[in-house]
Design a protein around this ligand. Structure first.
Ligand code: CP3
Length: 344
Protein backbone atom coordinates (compact mmCIF):
# COMPACT_ATOMS: atom_id res chain seq x y z
CA UNK A 1 0.00 0.00 0.00
CA UNK A 2 1.39 3.42 -0.83
CA UNK A 3 0.49 6.53 1.06
CA UNK A 4 1.72 10.11 1.31
CA UNK A 5 1.61 9.93 5.07
CA UNK A 6 5.00 9.80 6.76
CA UNK A 7 3.29 8.50 9.90
CA UNK A 8 1.66 5.56 8.07
CA UNK A 9 4.77 4.82 6.02
CA UNK A 10 6.69 4.44 9.25
CA UNK A 11 4.36 1.54 10.06
CA UNK A 12 5.22 0.03 6.69
CA UNK A 13 8.84 -0.05 7.84
CA UNK A 14 10.18 3.14 6.29
CA UNK A 15 12.82 5.09 8.21
CA UNK A 16 12.92 8.89 7.88
CA UNK A 17 15.87 11.16 8.66
CA UNK A 18 13.33 13.33 10.48
CA UNK A 19 10.67 11.05 11.96
CA UNK A 20 6.93 11.73 11.87
CA UNK A 21 5.68 13.82 14.81
CA UNK A 22 2.46 14.00 16.81
CA UNK A 23 1.86 14.56 20.52
CA UNK A 24 -0.42 13.03 23.10
CA UNK A 25 -2.87 15.73 24.25
CA UNK A 26 -1.80 17.91 21.34
CA UNK A 27 -5.28 19.43 21.43
CA UNK A 28 -6.22 20.87 24.79
CA UNK A 29 -6.00 23.56 27.37
CA UNK A 30 -2.41 24.68 26.67
CA UNK A 31 -3.73 26.16 23.39
CA UNK A 32 -5.58 29.49 23.70
CA UNK A 33 -7.68 28.65 20.63
CA UNK A 34 -8.84 25.47 22.41
CA UNK A 35 -9.82 27.38 25.55
CA UNK A 36 -11.79 29.82 23.43
CA UNK A 37 -13.71 27.11 21.57
CA UNK A 38 -14.24 25.15 24.77
CA UNK A 39 -15.85 28.19 26.40
CA UNK A 40 -18.12 28.57 23.39
CA UNK A 41 -19.14 24.89 23.44
CA UNK A 42 -20.30 24.89 27.06
CA UNK A 43 -19.21 21.72 28.81
CA UNK A 44 -16.38 19.38 27.82
CA UNK A 45 -18.97 16.74 26.90
CA UNK A 46 -20.88 19.21 24.71
CA UNK A 47 -17.61 19.77 22.89
CA UNK A 48 -16.93 16.03 22.46
CA UNK A 49 -20.44 15.49 21.05
CA UNK A 50 -20.39 18.44 18.65
CA UNK A 51 -18.75 17.10 15.44
CA UNK A 52 -18.25 20.57 14.00
CA UNK A 53 -16.39 21.93 17.03
CA UNK A 54 -14.66 18.65 17.96
CA UNK A 55 -13.31 18.38 14.43
CA UNK A 56 -12.03 21.96 14.60
CA UNK A 57 -10.32 21.21 17.94
CA UNK A 58 -8.77 18.08 16.41
CA UNK A 59 -7.28 20.21 13.63
CA UNK A 60 -6.16 23.15 15.78
CA UNK A 61 -2.70 21.78 16.63
CA UNK A 62 -2.04 20.99 12.95
CA UNK A 63 -2.89 24.55 11.95
CA UNK A 64 -0.32 25.82 14.43
CA UNK A 65 2.49 23.23 14.21
CA UNK A 66 4.07 21.11 11.47
CA UNK A 67 2.68 17.77 12.70
CA UNK A 68 2.15 14.53 10.77
CA UNK A 69 -0.97 13.26 12.48
CA UNK A 70 -4.13 14.47 14.16
CA UNK A 71 -5.71 12.59 17.04
CA UNK A 72 -9.48 12.49 17.27
CA UNK A 73 -10.76 14.87 19.92
CA UNK A 74 -12.86 12.78 22.31
CA UNK A 75 -12.25 11.08 25.65
CA UNK A 76 -11.69 7.55 26.90
CA UNK A 77 -14.67 7.98 29.24
CA UNK A 78 -17.21 8.27 26.43
CA UNK A 79 -17.59 4.47 26.48
CA UNK A 80 -18.79 4.35 30.11
CA UNK A 81 -21.08 7.26 29.22
CA UNK A 82 -22.49 5.26 26.29
CA UNK A 83 -22.92 2.25 28.57
CA UNK A 84 -25.17 4.32 30.82
CA UNK A 85 -22.97 5.85 33.54
CA UNK A 86 -23.50 9.58 33.91
CA UNK A 87 -20.27 11.39 32.95
CA UNK A 88 -19.42 14.92 33.97
CA UNK A 89 -16.20 16.91 34.25
CA UNK A 90 -15.87 19.02 37.34
CA UNK A 91 -13.59 22.07 37.13
CA UNK A 92 -10.25 21.47 38.91
CA UNK A 93 -11.37 18.01 40.01
CA UNK A 94 -11.54 15.89 36.89
CA UNK A 95 -14.07 13.40 35.60
CA UNK A 96 -16.96 12.00 37.58
CA UNK A 97 -18.90 8.84 36.66
CA UNK A 98 -22.11 8.32 38.58
CA UNK A 99 -23.06 6.06 40.17
CA UNK A 100 -19.94 3.86 40.52
CA UNK A 101 -20.52 0.63 38.62
CA UNK A 102 -21.73 -2.48 40.44
CA UNK A 103 -22.47 -6.11 39.52
CA UNK A 104 -26.13 -5.39 38.85
CA UNK A 105 -25.20 -2.98 36.02
CA UNK A 106 -23.38 -5.53 33.90
CA UNK A 107 -26.39 -7.08 32.15
CA UNK A 108 -27.65 -3.67 31.04
CA UNK A 109 -24.12 -2.70 29.86
CA UNK A 110 -23.90 -5.84 27.74
CA UNK A 111 -27.07 -4.83 25.87
CA UNK A 112 -25.88 -1.30 25.05
CA UNK A 113 -24.83 -0.46 21.51
CA UNK A 114 -21.90 1.97 21.92
CA UNK A 115 -21.67 2.54 18.17
CA UNK A 116 -25.21 3.88 18.15
CA UNK A 117 -24.65 5.90 21.32
CA UNK A 118 -21.43 7.48 20.08
CA UNK A 119 -22.46 8.28 16.50
CA UNK A 120 -21.39 11.93 17.00
CA UNK A 121 -17.78 10.73 17.46
CA UNK A 122 -17.81 8.98 14.10
CA UNK A 123 -19.20 12.15 12.52
CA UNK A 124 -16.22 13.99 14.03
CA UNK A 125 -13.88 11.41 12.50
CA UNK A 126 -15.32 11.69 9.00
CA UNK A 127 -15.51 15.49 9.16
CA UNK A 128 -11.89 15.70 10.34
CA UNK A 129 -10.67 13.25 7.74
CA UNK A 130 -12.30 15.36 5.02
CA UNK A 131 -10.40 18.43 6.29
CA UNK A 132 -6.97 16.77 6.44
CA UNK A 133 -4.33 16.92 3.72
CA UNK A 134 -3.50 13.47 2.26
CA UNK A 135 -0.07 13.50 3.89
CA UNK A 136 -1.58 13.81 7.38
CA UNK A 137 -2.92 10.77 9.23
CA UNK A 138 -5.88 10.64 11.57
CA UNK A 139 -5.48 8.60 14.74
CA UNK A 140 -8.52 7.16 16.50
CA UNK A 141 -8.31 5.98 20.08
CA UNK A 142 -9.91 4.35 23.07
CA UNK A 143 -8.98 3.71 26.65
CA UNK A 144 -7.78 0.22 27.48
CA UNK A 145 -10.36 -1.77 29.46
CA UNK A 146 -8.43 -1.65 32.75
CA UNK A 147 -7.87 2.12 32.66
CA UNK A 148 -11.52 2.78 31.78
CA UNK A 149 -12.62 0.31 34.48
CA UNK A 150 -10.66 2.17 37.17
CA UNK A 151 -12.78 5.29 36.57
CA UNK A 152 -16.00 3.27 36.35
CA UNK A 153 -15.29 1.43 39.61
CA UNK A 154 -14.11 4.47 41.57
CA UNK A 155 -16.72 6.84 40.11
CA UNK A 156 -13.86 9.10 38.99
CA UNK A 157 -10.06 9.15 39.27
CA UNK A 158 -9.00 6.43 41.70
CA UNK A 159 -7.68 7.95 44.91
CA UNK A 160 -6.13 4.80 46.32
CA UNK A 161 -4.97 2.13 43.86
CA UNK A 162 -4.94 -0.36 46.77
CA UNK A 163 -8.73 -0.16 47.02
CA UNK A 164 -9.14 -1.33 43.42
CA UNK A 165 -6.36 -3.90 43.77
CA UNK A 166 -8.25 -5.45 46.69
CA UNK A 167 -11.42 -5.61 44.62
CA UNK A 168 -9.55 -7.57 41.93
CA UNK A 169 -9.20 -10.33 44.53
CA UNK A 170 -12.46 -9.85 46.42
CA UNK A 171 -14.77 -9.59 43.40
CA UNK A 172 -12.96 -11.36 40.55
CA UNK A 173 -16.11 -12.30 38.64
CA UNK A 174 -17.39 -8.75 38.72
CA UNK A 175 -14.12 -7.13 37.65
CA UNK A 176 -13.45 -9.73 34.94
CA UNK A 177 -17.05 -9.40 33.72
CA UNK A 178 -16.62 -5.64 33.44
CA UNK A 179 -13.28 -6.00 31.63
CA UNK A 180 -14.84 -8.47 29.17
CA UNK A 181 -17.69 -6.09 28.37
CA UNK A 182 -15.27 -3.20 27.86
CA UNK A 183 -13.08 -5.38 25.63
CA UNK A 184 -15.99 -6.23 23.36
CA UNK A 185 -17.40 -2.67 23.24
CA UNK A 186 -13.96 -1.18 22.57
CA UNK A 187 -13.55 -3.38 19.49
CA UNK A 188 -16.94 -2.18 18.17
CA UNK A 189 -16.04 1.43 18.93
CA UNK A 190 -12.59 1.33 17.27
CA UNK A 191 -13.84 -0.49 14.17
CA UNK A 192 -16.50 2.20 13.75
CA UNK A 193 -13.81 4.91 14.07
CA UNK A 194 -11.77 3.13 11.39
CA UNK A 195 -14.80 2.84 9.12
CA UNK A 196 -15.44 6.56 9.56
CA UNK A 197 -11.87 7.39 8.45
CA UNK A 198 -9.34 6.76 11.24
CA UNK A 199 -6.03 5.62 9.71
CA UNK A 200 -4.58 4.11 12.90
CA UNK A 201 -5.76 3.54 16.46
CA UNK A 202 -4.10 3.92 19.84
CA UNK A 203 -5.11 2.27 23.11
CA UNK A 204 -4.27 4.23 26.27
CA UNK A 205 -3.62 2.09 29.35
CA UNK A 206 -2.62 4.92 31.66
CA UNK A 207 -3.12 2.90 34.85
CA UNK A 208 -1.43 -0.36 33.84
CA UNK A 209 1.63 0.50 35.95
CA UNK A 210 1.71 -0.80 39.49
CA UNK A 211 -0.48 -3.84 38.93
CA UNK A 212 0.85 -7.11 40.36
CA UNK A 213 2.24 -9.15 37.47
CA UNK A 214 -0.33 -11.93 37.24
CA UNK A 215 -3.08 -9.31 37.45
CA UNK A 216 -1.42 -7.20 34.76
CA UNK A 217 -1.77 -10.15 32.44
CA UNK A 218 -5.37 -10.70 33.46
CA UNK A 219 -6.72 -7.14 33.18
CA UNK A 220 -4.35 -5.39 30.76
CA UNK A 221 -2.31 -7.65 28.47
CA UNK A 222 -5.04 -10.19 27.77
CA UNK A 223 -7.76 -7.64 26.90
CA UNK A 224 -5.32 -5.64 24.73
CA UNK A 225 -4.38 -8.87 22.99
CA UNK A 226 -8.05 -9.56 22.26
CA UNK A 227 -8.76 -6.02 21.05
CA UNK A 228 -5.67 -5.69 18.86
CA UNK A 229 -6.19 -9.14 17.37
CA UNK A 230 -9.83 -8.43 16.55
CA UNK A 231 -8.87 -5.15 14.85
CA UNK A 232 -6.07 -6.75 12.83
CA UNK A 233 -8.42 -9.50 11.73
CA UNK A 234 -11.11 -7.10 10.55
CA UNK A 235 -8.88 -4.25 9.27
CA UNK A 236 -5.41 -5.74 8.67
CA UNK A 237 -3.84 -2.57 7.27
CA UNK A 238 -4.69 -0.31 10.20
CA UNK A 239 -1.78 0.15 12.64
CA UNK A 240 -2.60 -0.54 16.28
CA UNK A 241 -0.49 1.34 18.85
CA UNK A 242 -0.44 0.30 22.50
CA UNK A 243 0.45 2.75 25.25
CA UNK A 244 0.50 0.90 28.56
CA UNK A 245 2.07 3.40 30.93
CA UNK A 246 4.49 2.35 33.64
CA UNK A 247 4.84 -1.34 32.75
CA UNK A 248 8.66 -1.42 32.57
CA UNK A 249 10.09 -4.62 31.13
CA UNK A 250 6.59 -6.08 30.78
CA UNK A 251 6.52 -3.88 27.67
CA UNK A 252 7.95 -6.89 25.89
CA UNK A 253 4.77 -8.89 26.54
CA UNK A 254 2.73 -6.16 24.83
CA UNK A 255 5.16 -5.72 21.93
CA UNK A 256 5.00 -9.45 21.26
CA UNK A 257 1.23 -9.42 20.82
CA UNK A 258 0.21 -10.43 17.34
CA UNK A 259 -1.96 -7.34 16.88
CA UNK A 260 0.54 -4.78 18.18
CA UNK A 261 2.22 -2.61 15.51
CA UNK A 262 3.36 0.29 17.62
CA UNK A 263 4.40 0.74 21.23
CA UNK A 264 4.30 4.07 23.04
CA UNK A 265 7.14 4.35 25.53
CA UNK A 266 6.46 6.42 28.62
CA UNK A 267 8.87 8.96 30.11
CA UNK A 268 10.07 6.52 32.79
CA UNK A 269 11.18 3.87 30.30
CA UNK A 270 14.87 3.65 29.44
CA UNK A 271 14.87 4.30 25.67
CA UNK A 272 18.09 2.29 25.22
CA UNK A 273 16.29 -0.72 26.69
CA UNK A 274 13.36 -0.11 24.36
CA UNK A 275 15.74 0.20 21.40
CA UNK A 276 17.46 -3.08 22.28
CA UNK A 277 14.36 -5.11 23.18
CA UNK A 278 11.32 -3.71 21.39
CA UNK A 279 12.39 -1.85 18.27
CA UNK A 280 12.95 -4.97 16.14
CA UNK A 281 9.37 -6.06 16.78
CA UNK A 282 7.28 -2.89 16.72
CA UNK A 283 7.43 0.78 15.79
CA UNK A 284 8.52 2.74 18.85
CA UNK A 285 6.69 5.96 19.58
CA UNK A 286 7.36 8.73 22.05
CA UNK A 287 9.27 8.84 25.29
CA UNK A 288 10.00 12.53 25.96
CA UNK A 289 8.85 13.73 29.37
CA UNK A 290 6.01 16.21 28.67
CA UNK A 291 7.06 18.27 31.68
CA UNK A 292 10.27 19.18 29.81
CA UNK A 293 8.08 21.19 27.45
CA UNK A 294 7.07 23.50 30.29
CA UNK A 295 10.61 24.78 30.73
CA UNK A 296 11.65 24.12 27.12
CA UNK A 297 15.06 25.33 25.97
CA UNK A 298 18.23 23.27 25.94
CA UNK A 299 17.06 20.63 28.46
CA UNK A 300 14.07 19.83 26.25
CA UNK A 301 16.16 19.80 23.07
CA UNK A 302 18.90 17.63 24.58
CA UNK A 303 16.31 15.10 25.71
CA UNK A 304 14.66 15.13 22.27
CA UNK A 305 18.06 14.55 20.69
CA UNK A 306 18.61 11.46 22.84
CA UNK A 307 15.46 9.86 21.42
CA UNK A 308 16.26 10.93 17.85
CA UNK A 309 19.78 9.49 18.07
CA UNK A 310 18.76 6.21 19.68
CA UNK A 311 15.99 5.54 17.17
CA UNK A 312 17.58 7.02 14.04
CA UNK A 313 18.00 3.62 12.34
CA UNK A 314 14.60 2.07 13.11
CA UNK A 315 11.04 3.15 12.28
CA UNK A 316 10.21 5.68 15.02
CA UNK A 317 7.41 8.16 15.72
CA UNK A 318 8.40 11.24 17.70
CA UNK A 319 6.00 11.89 20.60
CA UNK A 320 5.88 12.43 24.35
CA UNK A 321 6.00 9.89 27.16
CA UNK A 322 2.53 11.07 28.29
CA UNK A 323 0.29 14.01 27.37
CA UNK A 324 0.97 17.75 27.53
CA UNK A 325 -0.23 19.45 30.70
CA UNK A 326 -2.04 22.82 30.49
CA UNK A 327 1.11 24.70 31.60
CA UNK A 328 3.08 24.03 28.40
CA UNK A 329 3.71 27.28 26.49
CA UNK A 330 2.75 26.69 22.82
CA UNK A 331 6.01 28.45 21.77
CA UNK A 332 7.95 25.57 23.32
CA UNK A 333 5.98 23.08 21.25
CA UNK A 334 6.80 25.06 18.11
CA UNK A 335 10.49 25.06 19.11
CA UNK A 336 10.40 21.31 19.75
CA UNK A 337 8.85 20.56 16.36
CA UNK A 338 11.46 22.77 14.65
CA UNK A 339 14.23 21.06 16.56
CA UNK A 340 13.05 17.58 15.50
CA UNK A 341 12.69 18.72 11.88
CA UNK A 342 16.21 20.17 11.88
CA UNK A 343 17.97 17.44 13.82
CA UNK A 344 16.27 14.25 12.73
O1 CP3 B 1 -5.39 15.69 21.98
C1 CP3 B 1 -5.69 14.55 22.41
O2 CP3 B 1 -4.87 13.83 23.03
C2 CP3 B 1 -7.04 13.96 22.06
C3 CP3 B 1 -8.05 13.99 23.05
C4 CP3 B 1 -7.93 13.23 24.37
C5 CP3 B 1 -8.48 13.76 25.57
N1 CP3 B 1 -8.36 12.82 26.54
C6 CP3 B 1 -9.09 15.10 25.71
C7 CP3 B 1 -9.30 15.67 27.05
C8 CP3 B 1 -7.41 11.97 24.67
C9 CP3 B 1 -6.67 11.01 23.77
C10 CP3 B 1 -7.72 11.71 26.04
C11 CP3 B 1 -7.37 10.44 26.72
C12 CP3 B 1 -7.63 10.29 28.15
N2 CP3 B 1 -8.68 10.80 28.89
C13 CP3 B 1 -6.86 9.46 29.01
C14 CP3 B 1 -5.68 8.60 28.60
C15 CP3 B 1 -4.44 9.38 28.37
C16 CP3 B 1 -3.92 10.08 29.57
O3 CP3 B 1 -3.88 11.32 29.54
O4 CP3 B 1 -3.50 9.40 30.52
C17 CP3 B 1 -7.43 9.55 30.30
C18 CP3 B 1 -6.94 8.85 31.55
C19 CP3 B 1 -8.58 10.38 30.20
C20 CP3 B 1 -9.56 10.72 31.27
C21 CP3 B 1 -9.65 12.17 31.51
N3 CP3 B 1 -10.18 13.09 30.65
C22 CP3 B 1 -9.22 12.84 32.68
C23 CP3 B 1 -8.56 12.20 33.86
C24 CP3 B 1 -9.53 14.21 32.48
C25 CP3 B 1 -9.38 15.32 33.47
C26 CP3 B 1 -8.00 15.60 33.81
C27 CP3 B 1 -7.45 16.61 32.85
O5 CP3 B 1 -6.38 16.37 32.27
O6 CP3 B 1 -8.10 17.64 32.76
C28 CP3 B 1 -10.09 14.34 31.18
C29 CP3 B 1 -10.52 15.59 30.53
C30 CP3 B 1 -9.95 15.92 29.18
N4 CP3 B 1 -9.83 15.04 28.14
C31 CP3 B 1 -9.47 17.18 28.75
C32 CP3 B 1 -9.06 17.04 27.43
C33 CP3 B 1 -8.55 18.11 26.49
C34 CP3 B 1 -9.50 18.47 29.57
C35 CP3 B 1 -10.92 18.88 29.70
C36 CP3 B 1 -11.17 20.34 29.61
O7 CP3 B 1 -11.06 20.95 28.53
O8 CP3 B 1 -11.57 20.88 30.65
Amino acid sequence: MTTDSKFLRTFEGEIFASPPIWFMRQAGRYLPEYRELRAKAGSFLDLCFNPELASEVTLQPLRRFDLDAAILFADILLIPHALGQKLSFVENEGPRLEPPVSMKDLDAFRERDVVKGLSAVFDTVSKTKAGLAPDKALIGFAGAPWTVATYMLAGGPMKDPGVLRKRLYQEPDFVDGLIDILTEKTVDYLLAQIDAGADAVQLFDTWAGGLPWPVLDRVSIRPLDQISKAIKKARPHVPVILFPKGVGEKALDYALLQGCNGFGIDYAMDPAWARANLAERVVIQGGLDPLLTITGGKAMEDAAETYLKLFHDVPYVFNLGHGFTPETPPENVAALVNFVRRNG
